[in-house]
Ligand binder design. Structure first.
Ligand code: GLC
Ligand code: MG
Length: 544
């Protein structure tokens, strides 16, 4: 044990979606050995920890989030030995590794469910949520499943005459955590991987492991929203305390970051408990926020307001495997707001660069999603190549490693990888951008380096500055050292007045300090020079 904050407060996590990161065996699907072969790139980049999305045996209805064996590796991704080698190499390189744990539901091919479905008296029947039909013969309540909003969260099982619950796909039956044997089995899974040396877990839809036993209808005003985005019941908190003590019982500050997919930050905050539930929880409103100063100011103030009083440590994320990449989102929103295509083409990367500065300087643990460091856009998926039931293929496109025809994904016999590459892969790839110090990849690397040099950016106090419209400003301070961050969300240069309180939402309480030097700029301009008071359009600056 060291003094100071736990590693996961200072770390930058990097999410790997194994299918699309790197392929070692030429089958067009990424795998564990592929990840291992590319660790050097991540070490060069400077991230601290990896989160691996599921690699477990799975029928792949939900691309691995439908698990049929929690304690093995799908042959598509390799073997347990490959996993051990990956963790050993990552640890040797100074990288922590956390893995996805999917406790709310199994695959319908999991032996537990196969047995449960074999008859009402089967040993595992009570491990899942079965109910008799409603009086009209329909589903037991009005809950809606996640991907098809017209579909009930229930499937009728002819053979046993009952419905089973699935908050996601039909092939993902919900476990019943009211059954003690389920709890012990899922705890056993945690121990299996902790014993193998993982540094923690990303817990999939963890707020869903407790359900109101009466399974009441969702209120009419929210009926139509997937129940998985509404489920928020007290019993889950005790289950999280049990998980926390299990994980904290292991040496080395293991971590659980929970996907609490509730769109109220106040509600998410309760899943930290009093430091006795989740170590970290994802905060989703920033992942959907428009690229506008006011939207971000609100996200930040809400997060600080909800988490600080509990001593809960925030997380920040712009992109993941479930949503369009942020560069794509910002471009689409700009088009909807009337920006013409040529302007979007001009501003698109500049906005993504400014967003990187924001993500990596806010107070909290940032999560990068593979490929955002290249400034990737979503791939365009022709309808005949669409495979995901949730329409999320675009952000899951393979990472282009070089400018060759196959971008580092040679597939003997042709055919290419399982999804098309993102746009501009000839230039937006690791090989090309590593050679170009002006690339967005180098910007991410500089930001990660700056975080390492400036403890204030990692763990310093946070205070928002009073800045003109369209510009977001804050300072991070630690032991008398200060970093000021300015982000210009507009395409016009904005001049700030040193030392003079600017009338604004916080009544001029905090103004920009004077005598600042540009430590880093999102476009590389002016670095190392004194800050002259003007921030360029679409620019972000770190000053000290
Ligand atoms: C989480 C995952 C998503 C998956 C769902 C069901 O939201 O991030 O990819 O489809 O849970 O497991
Ligand atoms: Mg492969």
């Amino acid at each position: 044990m060291t003094d100071g904050p736990p590693w996961w407060q200072e770390a930058v996590f990097y999410q790997i979606y194994p299918r699309s990161f790197a392929d070692s065996d030429g089958d067009g699907v990424g795998d564990l050995a592929g990840i291992r072969a590319h660790l050097d790139n991540l070490v060069w980049l400077g991230v601290d920890a990896l989160w691996l999305s599921p690699f477990y045996p799975s029928p792949m209805v939900d691309f691995g989030y439908d698990v049929s064996d929690y304690c093995d590796v799908d042959p598509l991704f390799g073997t347990l030995e490959d996993f051990d080698r990956l963790v050993a190499d990552a640890h040797a390189a100074g990288l922590k590794v956390i893995i996805d744990w999917v406790p709310n539901h199994t695959s319908d091919r999991h032996p537990w469910f196969l047995d449960a479905a074999s008859g009402r008296d089967s040993a595992h029947r009570s491990w899942y949520v079965w109910r008799d039909p409603a009086p009209d013969g329909g589903p037991p309540n009005n809950w809606v499943s996640a991907f098809d909003l017209s579909a009930p969260a229930w499937t009728y099982h002819e053979r046993s005459g009952q419905w089973y619950l699935h908050l996601f796909e039909e092939g993902q039956p919900d476990l019943d955590w009211d059954e003690d044997e389920v709890v012990s089995a899922m705890h056993q899974v945690l121990r299996f991987w902790l014993d193998r040396g993982v540094d923690g877990f990303r817990a999939d839809v963890i707020h869903c492991i407790g359900k109101d036993p009466a399974l009441p209808d969702d209120p009419p005003d929210v009926a139509g929203i997937p129940h998985s985005a509404l489920n928020d019941v007290p019993v889950t908190h005790q289950r999280l305390r049990d998980i926390r003590s299990l994980v904290d019982g292991y040496p080395g500050e293991r971590v659980v970051v929970g996907e609490v997919y509730l769109l109220s930050t106040e509600a998410v905050a309760t899943y930290y408990g009093d430091g006795d539930q989740l170590h970290l929880a994802f905060n989703f409103p920033p992942l959907y926020a428009l690229w506008q100063a006011e939207a971000w100011r609100r996200c930040i103030d809400t997060t600080v307001g909800a988490l600080d009083p509990r001593g809960a440590w925030p997380t920040w994320v712009l992109s993941n495997h479930d949503n369009p990449r942020h560069r794509t989102r910002y471009d689409r929103a700009a088009a909807l707001l009337g920006e013409d295509a040529a302007t979007t083409a001009d501003r698109s990367e500049a906005r993504a660069r400014a967003a990187a500065v924001l993500l990596l300087t806010l107070r909290g643990t940032p999560f990068l999603y593979q490929g955002e460091e290249l400034g990737l856009l979503d791939a365009v998926i022709p309808p005949e190549r669409a495979v995901d039931p949730g329409g999320r293929d675009g952000c899951r496109a393979p990472v282009p490693w070089d400018g060759s025809a196959d971008h580092g994904w040679p597939v003997p016999g042709g055919g290419g990888p399982w999804l098309p590459f993102p746009p501009d892969a000839d230039g937006r790839n690791y090989g090309a951008q590593r050679l170009d110090p002006a690339s967005i990849l180098h910007l991410y690397r500089r930001l990660l380096g700056l975080r390492r040099d400036r403890p204030a950016l990692r763990i310093g106090a946070f205070e928002r500055l009073n800045t003109p419209d369209g510009v977001l400003g804050y300072q991070r301070t630690l032991d008398g050292r200060r970093c000021v961050v300015l982000v210009n969300f507009t395409d016009r240069p904005v001049t700030l007045v040193h030392g003079v309180p600017i009338p604004g939402p916080d009544h001029g309480r905090t103004a920009l300090p004077s005598g600042l030097t540009v430590d880093l700029s999102s476009d590389g301009a002016g670095q190392g020079a004194p800050f002259g008071g003007t921030i360029g359009g679409d620019q972000a600056l770190v000053l000290s």
